[in-house]
Design a protein around this ligand. Structure first.
Ligand code: FES
Length: 104
């Protein structure tokens, strides 16, 4: 599938991602050298993988763990999600995400 990530300088990064590797969006950002820390390793405990959904609405609802973490994160908007909780699947094809500002 193809997704697009918009970085903090508003540069668009179209990325081809395989769906059969069980990757999540935080891992994809890191593998693409985008400035996403993923400090907690994808445990929904740090919010450094915070992204906004810019286009597409096929995502499953956030888990309680994701919502709890987003409650404590900075710059949270209606369309905020934690990248590490978004498993890459066909549902994400064509979606566009934007990196949230770094909290630090
Ligand atoms: Fe820590 Fe997603 S990597 S919350």
């Amino acid at each position: 599938i193809k997704i697009t990530i918009i970085d903090r300088e508003d540069t668009k990064h179209p990325i081809e991602v395989p769906t059969d590797m069980g990757l999540n969006l935080m891992e994809v950002c890191k593998a693409s050298d985008l400035p996403v820390l993923g400090t907690c390793g994808g445990m929904a405990l740090c919010s450094t993988c915070h992204v906004y959904v810019v286009e597409g609405d096929n995502l499953p609802d956030p888990s309680d763990a994701e919502e709890d973490m987003l409650d404590q994160a900075f710059f949270v908007e209606e369309n905020s999600r934690l990248g590490c909780q978004l498993t890459i699947s066909d549902a994400l094809d064509g979606m566009v995400f934007k990196l949230a500002p770094a909290a630090e």
